[in-house]
Design a binder for this molecule. Structure first.
Ligand code: GDP
Length: 425
């Protein structure tokens, strides 16, 4: 069995949840290794439709061990609500293990995220206000709280007091809010600690044993390559690395253990939040694509906001696959394009009178104009097709053209949101 990372090649929302749900059938472990409750993975399977924000996408298979690694921003409230909602909907209790080293999102993180977005007004980043940026800022400023610290009361009180010293100054003087006292949090944190205690363990040892025993492990990324803080469209990025390279760190496995890296990309582009988006569509054309995209239109899973949409961007996706180190690609949402007579693909960026086929620095991206190649559409419903050879010629041509542009083999094509709507090449 192999260790495989499933990651996004673009802005996120590429359909990683669906791909993880499909691939989890042959795995023993599914691991979340970064990010928090700020993005949802949509899964449609025989149990119904779900939007998982904290739980790994393997929770629908009773034999799969689902792991939340040390790199994740754990929002305990969201995690417990999600577990509860699975029970209510009749899903057998999943096997869940949470790293004792993972840190928790505190109420002050969510508060600061919201206050700062409001303060920024028109300059805001379009944060989902789940506290993720303040959480990771505190983690790297050594102010964060690891889950294991919740079980040592005096130590916890001291650490929270240390955190609140600086937070209260900002709350009071920058945002005009009242100060927070440690006592406001202690009893809730102790309840939360008790609730998650049965799931805690040393997940690094657990995964090392699984790796040595040759068990199948899926590492499930959140968001996409263009949201990576180092390689993405900074500052319109998220606050933890979205790259497969980080999966070994955030999960706790040797870097050389990851053999396969599946980059997921949509057959068109979508983006939630602010920042340059070269192949973006506006007006009626955008609305037509948005209303047909995904399983119920392109609207954010966490926020319900309309997603920005555009044609497939070969320049951005080639770059996304490269920085992910993709060994193969899963192309999703191909069925969505069945209404078009012809389908533009962005193959270059025009900037300062020249056409670039390499992804550009964020400042240059904002003024770049897309250069399109138009491919014939197939004008039919392909959502029940299960073999490549049964796709209309134009749909096959579309897949092959994208493959030649991005330079990575497309081994899976998804033609609908459900588990079984999949073509393996
Ligand atoms: P993730 O965060 O990468 O898992 O992606 P999201 O769940 O945020 O968004 C992907 C959207 O596409 C969801 O609405 C999925 O149900 C939907 N989806 C995934 N694959 C397909 C597909 O092949 N066709 C269609 N029509 N929808 C798909």
């Amino acid at each position: 069995m192999t260790i495989t990372a499933i990651v996004g090649a673009n802005w996120g929302d590429e359909g990683k949840g669906k791909m993880t749900d499909v691939m989890a059938a042959d795995s023993s472990y599914v691991v979340r290794y970064q990010g928090g409750s700020n993005a949802g993975h949509t899964i449609i399977n025989p149990f119904g439709k779900f939007a998982l924000r904290m739980l790994p996408s393997g929770v629908f298979y009773p034999n799969v061990v689902n792991v939340i690694g040390p790199g994740v921003a754990v929002d305990i409230d969201v995690l417990l609500q999600e577990l509860e909602s699975l029970t209510v909907r009749g899903i057998p209790s999943p096997q869940l293990r949470i790293s004792e080293r993972a840190q928790i999102v505190l109420p002050v993180h969510r508060m600061l995220d919201e206050l700062e977005e409001n303060r920024l007004g028109t300059r805001s980043f379009g944060s989902t206000k789940r506290g993720i940026a303040p959480f990771y800022a505190d983690k790297y400023a050594k102010l964060g709280i690891q889950i294991s610290e919740l079980f040592a009361e005096d130590h916890l009180r001291e650490r929270l007091e240390h955190l609140l010293e600086s937070k209260n100054i900002v709350l009071e003087h920058l945002y005009g809010q009242s100060c927070i006292k440690v006592e406001d949090w202690l009893s809730k944190l102790s309840e939360q600690a008790e609730a998650i205690a049965p799931y805690l363990c040393d997940t690094t040892s657990l995964l090392h044993k699984a790796y040595r025993n040759g068990e199948g492990i899926l590492l499930e990324g959140q968001l996409g390559a263009l949201r990576d803080p180092d390689h993405g469209i900074y500052p319109f990025t998220t606050s933890s690395s979205t790259l497969a390279g980080y999966a070994s760190v955030g999960a706790g496995l040797p870097p050389y253990a990851i053999e396969k890296i599946v980059a997921v990309t949509k057959a068109y582009s979508s983006c939630v939040g602010a920042g340059p988006f070269v192949a973006e569509l506006e007006g009626e054309e955008a609305e037509k694509l948005r209303s047909r995209g995904g399983d119920a239109g392109e609207y954010g899973v966490v926020t319900g906001r309309p997603r920005r949409v555009g044609w497939f961007d070969a320049v951005a996706t080639r770059y996304g696959c490269r920085i992910q180190g993709a060994t193969s690609v899963a192309l999703t949402n191909l069925d969505v394009l069945g209404y078009l007579d012809e389908i533009p693909i962005c193959v270059g960026y025009e900037t300062e009178g020249e056409v670039a086929d390499e992804f550009l620095f964020p400042q240059k991206l904002s003024s770049a104009k897309p250069v399109y190649k138009r491919l014939p559409g197939w004008k039919s419903d392909i959502s029940q097709v299960t073999k490549m050879e049964d796709l209309p010629e134009a749909a096959r041509g579309y897949v092959e053209f994208i493959e030649s542009e991005i330079g990575v083999a497309i081994t899976t094509v998804s033609v609908g949101p459900s588990r079984e709507q999949i073509i393996l090449r």
